[in-house]
Design a protein around this ligand. Structure first.
Ligand code: ADP
Ligand code: ASP
Ligand code: MG
Length: 409
């Protein structure tokens, strides 16, 4: 009997009607004779509401309690889904993160799954019960509740699928992974099959259709992953399949364009030209679990020193500056500057390094739209540019078109 994990995101359980429609999909899958486990997100908007509520009571001071507040969203939708499945005459039972024994590491608000004991879920499946697991949550080393970072129900689903040896179907409000966010570029095309590496890179660069860590885990554990629409009525809808690169027959240079708004740039000016000075700063940021990106080192006007610039998520800016303030005294930075109102736009493709003119296309396309590039960073399968926040949509559309991704009209 094939095992399937079906994950429903916020909009797919956003109203009672949506919960009914999603439950009907689960019932259909179960009727095919599959052993089905379900993972749900909070109802759309609920996590934002809870976050604001916790914030009104000093949430940033008590991050573990904030996590306790946040987990409530998924608790409600898991139980509502289990109730709704009952109406279909199915046996179903909700599982909270701790009941599925999901152990986590890392800071509250952005924990990682370190272990998942499938035994309780398997026991339910063996009894013909559909387990409905609350996404986005687990327990920390202190046995208290934790959340997995925004979009973390995708990770819950992939982790459960890995533990069960199941296929993982992510149901969302678009019918697959597109060449870019279809909300920004209506000419974006659905990608029928994408490699784990490209999916991971698109997610890491901001395509929120899958959470980055979920793509990472799917790749590491070889989970068969699909992205499908919970809104489509087409029983043959194919969505996007995430597969090994060698299974993709289409030879393409660029697979997609991703964007991440609200980035901040930090500059350490006049840092000692010794590697250990940078190591100290980046070590302190890593210890504080602050993700850094787009590192550029350049000449400084003072001999024996360099300027180091990098970007962080806007919401991490103040924490990063605090960390640097204490660490940078060791590096002797002459000045620490920062800039906000920035965004990162990236092109991703496993064919990028095969073509010499990818950079020319990029600069020409942005130049034609008078979009200034502040920082550029490349890797084997991506090129990212840092630009002004207000140019994001224009840049995404320009690059989408320049690399030939627009749907033929
Ligand atoms: P869910 O609540 O189901 O987890 P999300 O809002 O997290 O859904 O992710 C789905 C959204 O991701 C889509 O509505 C779309 O706007 C956005 N998105 C961004 N980039 C892409 C992309 N390349 N392909 C598809 N959707 C994308
Ligand atoms: N409810 C959480 C969020 O809004 C987790 C998720 O939807 O995956 O980020
Ligand atoms: Mg999501």
């Amino acid at each position: 009997m094939e095992r399937v994990v079906m994950k429903f995101g916020g909009t797919s359980v956003g109203t009672s009607d949506r919960i009914r429609a999603s439950a009907a999909r689960v019932a259909d899958e179960a009727a095919k004779g599959h052993a089905v486990a379900v993972v749900v997100s909070a109802m759309a908007g609920e996590t934002d509401r809870l976050l604001e509520l916790a914030g009104a009571h000093g949430g940033s001071l008590g991050q573990v309690e904030t996590d306790v507040v946040l987990t409530a969203g998924e608790q409600v939708s898991a139980a509502l889904m289990a109730l709704e499945l009952g109406r279909h005459g199915l046996k179903a039972q909700s599982f909270l993160g701790w009941q599925a024994r999901i152990e986590t590491q890392g800071p509250p608000g952005a924990s990682r799954i370190s272990a998942l004991d499938a035994a309780p879920v398997l026991a339910a499946l063996d009894q013909g019960i559909i387990p409905v697991m609350a996404g986005y949550q687990g327990i920390g080393p202190d046995n208290r509740l934790r959340t997995l970072g925004r979009g973390g129900s995708d990770l819950s689903a992939v982790a459960l699928a890995a533990a069960l040896g199941a296929r993982c179907d992510i149901y969302t409000d678009v019918d697959g992974v597109y060449t870019t966010d279809p909300r920004i570029e209506p000419r974006a095309r659905r990608i029928p099959a994408i490699s784990y590496d490209e999916m991971l890179e698109l997610a890491a660069q901001g395509a929120k259709v899958l959470q980055t860590r979920s793509a990472e885990m799917a790749k590491a554990r070889g989970v068969r992953l699909r992205v499908l629409s919970s809104f489509s009525n087409d029983p043959d809808a194919e969505g996007t399949e995430v597969v090994d690169a060698d299974l993709i027959s289409e030879r393409r240079i660029v697979s997609g364009v991703a964007y991440a708004r609200d980035q901040a740039r930090i500059g350490l000016l006049g840092v000692s030209d010794q590697p250990q000075a940078a190591a100290e700063v980046f070590g302190a940021l890593a210890d504080a679990e602050i993700g850094i990106d787009m590192i550029v080192q350049g000449r400084s006007r003072d001999a024996g020193t360099v300027n180091i610039e990098f970007t962080v998520d806007r919401r991490d800016l103040h924490a990063a500056l605090d960390v640097i303030d204490s660490a940078a005294s060791g590096s002797g930075a002459r000045d620490i500057v920062h800039e906000t109102g920035l965004a990162k736009v990236s092109i991703v493709g496993i064919g990028l390094n095969r073509r010499a003119d990818v950079a020319r296309i990029l600069f020409r396309a942005l130049g034609e739209k008078h979009i200034a590039v502040k920082v550029i960073a490349t890797s084997e399968i991506k090129i990212s540019v840092l630009i002004a926040n207000e140019s994001v949509e224009l840049a995404v559309r320009a690059l989408h078109s320049a690399y030939g991704l627009d749907e033929a009209v």
